[in-house]
Design a protein around this ligand. Structure first.
Ligand code: FE
Length: 204
C-alpha cells in the first residue's frame, strides 16, 4: 500500500474533524483508555518542539559541512540521527538537492505524506486538493503562486511522497554567505524552501 492513510482521504473527512476528534478524545479519556497528559504531551511535541527549525538545522549543517551533505544525500535517516532527529512519519526520508539545473518540489498526490520529524505538521495548503493536483500538472504555475520564479534553464522535478518515502528538499545555499556558521545559515532556511515551494531567504 503506497500510502498509509488512504483509507481516510481528506475528501471523505467529516466537515468538522476537530469537533469529532475532541469528541473521541473525551470518550477515550472518560473510559480510561488514554491519559490526557499523554495526549497533551504529544500535542505539545508537535506544536512547540518538532517543526521546520529541525529541518533547517539539517539543511544549514549540509551547507556548512560538505561531508555532512554527502552523508545526508546518501542516507538521510542516518545523517538526521547524528543530530538526534527521528520519529514517526520520518522513517524513510530522501533528501533531494536543488542545483542550478534542477529545482525540486514535493507533494503527496494521494493525501498528505510529509516528513514530520523535520518539518512538523504539514500546512493546510499542502493537504489541499488544489496543491495536490496542480503540483504535478503545472508545477511552474504553482511556484508562481508562491512567488517563486525560476530561471529559464532550471527545470522542475516533482517528487510524490508516500508512506514509504518522504522527501526533503535541500535548497541551494544563498549567495554571499561564505564563511557563515551553520547557526547563522539556519536562519535563512524557510519551511517552504524545504518543500520546494519557496526559496531560502537572501543573505542581505
Ligand atoms: Fe500521503
Amino acid at each position: 500500500m503506497p500510502h498509509d492513510h488512504h483509507d481516510h482521504p481528506h475528501s471523505l473527512l467529516p466537515s468538522d474533524p476537530a469537533l469529532r476528534v475532541k469528541a473521541l478524545e473525551t470518550l477515550l479519556v472518560r473510559k480510561g483508555l488514554v491519559d490526557p497528559a499523554a495526549v497533551e504531551a504529544i500535542l505539545d511535541t508537535y506544536e512547540t518542539k518538532v517543526g521546520p527549525h529541525l529541518g533547517a538545522r539539517v539543511v544549514a549543517r549540509a551547507w556548512a559541512e560538505p561531508a555532512f551533505r554527502t552523508r545526508l544525500l546518501a542516507d538521510a535517516n542516518a545523517a538526521m540521527a547524528e543530530l538526534g532527529i527521528s520519529g514517526r512519519q520520518g522513517e524513510h526520508v530522501v533528501v533531494v538537492e536543488n542545483t542550478p539545473r534542477t529545482h525540486n518540489m514535493v507533494v503527496c498526490t494521494l493525501c498528505s505524506c510529509y516528513p514530520w520529524p523535520l518539518l512538523g505538521i504539514p500546512p493546510a495548503w499542502y493537504k489541499s486538493d488544489a496543491y495536490r493536483s496542480r503540483a504535478v500538472r503545472e508545477p511552474r504555475r504553482v511556484l508562481t503562486d508562491f512567488g517563486v520564479t525560476l530561471p529559464e534553464g532550471q527545470s522542475v522535478r516533482v517528487w510524490d511522497s508516500s508512506a514509504e518515502v518522504r522527501y526533503l528538499v535541500l535548497p541551494m545555499r544563498p549567495e554571499d554567505t561564505g564563511g557563515w556558521s551553520a547557526e547563522r545559515l539556519q536562519a535563512l532556511v524557510t519551511r517552504d524552501s524545504m518543500i520546494g515551494t519557496g526559496l531560502p531567504r537572501p543573505a542581505a
